[in-house]
Design a protein around this ligand. Structure first.
Ligand code: ADP
Length: 591
């Protein structure tokens, strides 16, 4: 685009041009009128001079006294600085102020003479061959009783008129130039006066465009300009209000968007990301400010997800699917997709919402597994009991010794069932209490609790020749539910005895750090392989099923320990080396 001229440089030259043209026309007209006036004035002057001589000349004509007439011409002409000529109707010159009439040819053909001879006033401006310059001639008829006796001609050089005119024209020119200069300065001032407020408004509008809404528009200037200022000010106020509203709404939406736990991604119809919230960015390990405008395929490397986005874009109905992600561990995202529409209901993309349901699904799985496990655990003893009871009922066992042995087996299975049910009830009670926050915690001495637990396990230990050693300072206290902690330590001790060889040592140690009270049970038993450690605290999880059952284990001991610790807002840890032994620790937080 060609550079636009400033308004000042459009107004000022126009003003100047108009002024100069008017000035030229006025000057031209004035000097023309002046010249005209001058010539008329001179002609009437010459006529008056001729009339003054009329009477005297008449005297020399009747009778004709050419010599005196010539003398009159020469004397008067000299005094009046005027050429005076007297011409007879025949054209003969009888007197002339400048020349000897004898040397002058006939003047019958001179226009002023011709006009005067017809009885009128004759005037003519032309070149005089006699004087060799431009002259103005006026011829006046001299009559005697309406008979023209001669013509008296007065004349002066036109150069005199021209000089007078020139000096006046010079003055007009100087005046004109002064007026033009003043007009130029005035038009510059007027142009600036008109353009200044417009420029101020322009600058103000530019500042508005840059978002500076604080300044006020210039309100001086003409009615139109101040009207324009006010209208623009109104516009700016409305604009600021609208921008404020839009910004506020945007901030609110952004705040909502980024504080959502659900991941949200909006894509356009080309599958390019319009926006992504913090939660989604965290799920897919990317930066939300960098992904805008990039394709979903580029940002999320998961083909099922790509297909899901395609489905969401093409489907009329909302779509839903659980999608598994495999970056640092498996995660399950429950994903919803709906079409995004603009104000005219036109499709502009799709909104994908992700809900991390990994924990939920895992819990569902655990619950499902738990039901299956419980059923399985209970089914084995019940099947056995049923078998033996049937055998006894139909009297197939004749020998009372055998019957006693059968009843003993049935009794063992019943014990096992009872143990399972008891452990399940304990677990469920701990869980319920934890959920309802009904677990009562009081400040208690840890050593006392450990001593009771050890006492309760000593018989089992002695039977296997296992020695239990306690190492706990008297001063160690913690906020605990003594019965629960006792139960947990008993479970750990029970395991330690079960999975240790005879003649080994089991140590119960308690210590305190700045943040925790730690109770540990160390054994020198078979230890646990690394692969089992993450699942060891799950219900019914056993490393060696047959061995555990044989030992009368329910597979719930460690799960109970975990839940008791959780009821104390603590955690359990395990370190184990197969063949060397294990260390189970209960970490209780210090207030
Ligand atoms: P169980 O009643 O079978 O002992 P637990 O929940 O107490 O059930 O323990 C789960 C499994 O962890 C056991 O089956 C056993 O394989 C393993 N385990 C527990 N404690 C020890 C230990 N001190 N040494 C070796 N293995 C252990």
């Amino acid at each position: 685009m060609a550079k636009k001229k400033r308004l000042l440089w459009q107004l000022f030259p126009s003003y100047l041009l108009i002024t100069l043209i008017s000035l030229l026309i006025v000057t031209w007209y004035a000097s023309r009128s002046l010249k005209h006036f001058f010539l008329e004035q001179t002609a009437s002057d010459l006529e008056v001079r001729a009339h003054l001589l009329e009477k005297q000349i008449l005297e020399y004509l009747n009778p004709l006294d050419a010599e005196s007439a010539d003398l009159l011409c020469k004397e008067t002409g000299k005094r009046a600085s005027t050429r005076i000529t007297i011409i007879l109707p025949s054209g003969e010159v009888i007197g002339d102020s400048e020349e000897n009439p004898a040397n002058m040819d006939t003047h019958i053909d001179r226009p002023e003479v011709i006009q005067a001879l017809s009885g009128r006033l004759g005037t003519s401006i032309r070149y005089s061959r006699t004087l060799e310059k431009n002259m103005m001639y006026v011829g006046v008829p001299i009559k005697n009783n309406s008979q023209i006796l001669a013509v008296v001609r007065t004349s002066i050089p036109v150069s005199a008129i021209d000089e007078a005119l020139k000096s006046i024209q010079n003055k007009i020119l100087i005046g004109g130039l002064i007026i033009a200069a003043i007009a130029a300065i005035l038009s510059l001032l007027i142009s600036r006066n008109i353009t200044r407020p417009i420029e101020l408004i322009k600058k103000w509008a530019e500042s508005i465009a840059q978002g500076e809404f604080q300044s006020r528009p210039p309100l001086d200037g003409s009615e139109e300009i101040s009207g324009l200022s006010q209208a623009m000010n109104q516009m700016a106020i409305q604009l600021r209000d609208r921008i404020d509203t839009i910004m506020r709404q945007r901030n609110e939406i952004e705040a909502m968007f980024s504080s959502m736990i659900e991941g949200v991604i909006a894509v356009d119809t080309e599958e390019h990301i319009i926006s992504m919230n913090q939660a989604a960015a965290k799920m897919f390990a990317c930066n939300p400010s960098e992904v805008q405008g990039r394709s979903i395929q580029e940002v999320i490397r998961n083909t099922i997800m790509h297909q899901f986005v395609k489905d969401a874009l093409s489907s009329q109905e909302p779509v839903e699917k659980d999608i598994n992600l495999y970056s640092d561990g498996e995660r399950i995202l429950n994903t919803h997709g709906t079409v995004l529409r603009d104000a005219n209901m036109g499709r502009i993309g799709a909104l994908i919402v992700f809900n991390d349901v990994t924990r939920l699904r895992r819990l569902e799985n655990i619950r499902r597994d738990f039901v299956a496990n419980v059923s399985h655990e209970i089914k084995t003893p019940i099947t056995a009991i049923k078998g033996f009871v049937e055998t006894l009922r139909y009297g197939e066992v004749k020998n009372p010794e055998e019957a006693k042995r059968f009843l003993n087996i049935v009794g063992k299975h019943v014990d096992r069932l009872e143990a399972i049910i008891e452990d399940l009830l304990t677990l469920s009670k701990i869980e319920q209490d934890t959920e309802r926050e009904e677990t009562v915690l009081t400040e208690g001495r840890i050593k006392d609790v450990l001593q009771i637990a050890i006492q309760l396990c000593v018989t089992k230990a002695t039977a296997k020749n296992i020695q239990i050693r306690l190492s706990c300072k008297q001063a160690i206290t913690a906020k605990i539910n003594s019965a629960l902690i006792e139960q947990a330590v008993i479970n750990l001790l029970d395991n330690a005895i079960k999975y240790s060889d005879a003649h080994s040592v089991v140590q119960v140690r308690a210590r305190q750090t700045e943040r925790e009270t730690i109770i540990g049970v160390h054994d020198q038993g078979c230890g646990i392989d690394k692969e089992h450690l993450p699942r060891i605290f799950e219900r019914f999880y056993r490393v060696d099923k047959a061995r555990s059952r044989k030992m009368g284990g329910t597979g719930l001991g460690l799960a109970i320990v975990k839940h008791i610790t959780q009821a104390h807002a603590g955690r359990v840890s395990i370190e184990s080396t197969p063949g060397k032994g294990s260390i189970f620790e209960i970490h209780l937080p210090r207030a």
